[in-house]
Design a protein around this ligand. Structure first.
Ligand code: 5RP
Length: 219
């Protein structure tokens, strides 16, 4: 049976809920797949202690459901973070940031003992880079960072009109073939003006749930 993209998102979100436990404070990502998760959190409203959100957009949806939001600074850590991705490779390394929430997503993922990534099979690649790599930059450093990205062989495009929740800009880097995601993440991260690169390789997903027409596969 051929499933629509929306059906795959609903099913993979439902599969992720199997990992949620009573009394948890849940880390919640951003994007349309996570929106499918939030839509299914209604019955969990009184069972969760609350959530830590990775974006203003997800916070708004969680508040509308009546789920208490917590400041990460008031917690020692999180048991579980659930988020989508733009691309995933066989090592569960990810490209994220299509929704411009990469910085807070990386923070919440770093705070979580377990990171479950939920995608449909269109997001699977052997080598990361088909999806343009988002890089969040301090606005005054945009051109400087773009020149450095060009020197790496990429083709950065300013996501004009987008300001992140942190008040910054996004460069989307096309034409990269990312064979060593960890070293590229570390390299770009240390350039002045870079806030976050949307590679999640130093802290990849612990579990990748993939929705396809055949069902849900856990990797
Ligand atoms: C937002 C993200 C999202 O997880 C990513 O863009 C996937 O979104 P969607 O579930 O809508 O395909 O990284 O910054």
């Amino acid at each position: 049976m051929a499933l629509s993209a929306a059906e795959k998102k609903q099913r993979v979100a439902a599969a992720a809920l199997e990992f949620v436990r009573d009394g948890m404070i849940l880390g919640v990502g951003t994007g349309s797949t996570v929106n499918a998760l939030i839509e299914q959190l209604g019955p969990w409203r009184t069972r969760l202690r609350g959530a830590v959100s990775s974006s203003e957009a997800s916070s708004e949806r969680l508040r509308a459901l009546g789920i208490p939001l917590h400041d990460l600074n008031s917690l020692d850590g999180l048991d579980l973070y659930i988020d989508g991705a733009d691309e995933a490779n066989p090592a569960r390394e990810l490209i994220k940031g299509g929704g411009a929430a990469l910085t807070r997503e990386k923070i919440v993922a770093a705070a979580a003992s377990r990171f479950i990534c939920i995608v449909d099979d269109s997001k699977l690649v052997k080598v990361l880079g088909r999806f343009p790599l988002p890089v969040e930059v301090i606005p005054m450093a945009r051109s400087l960072v773009a020149r450095q990205l060009r020197a790496l062989g990429g083709r950065p495009v300013w996501r004009e009109g987008t300001t992140t929740d942190n008040g910054n800009h996004i460069l989307d880097v096309h034409d990269l073939q990312i064979t060593d995601a960890k070293s590229l993440e570390l390299r770009i991260n240390q350039w002045p003006g870079v806030v976050t690169v949307g590679l999640f390789a130093e802290r990849p997903a612990d579990v990748l749930l993939v929705a396809s027409d055949q069902g849900i596969e856990q990797r």
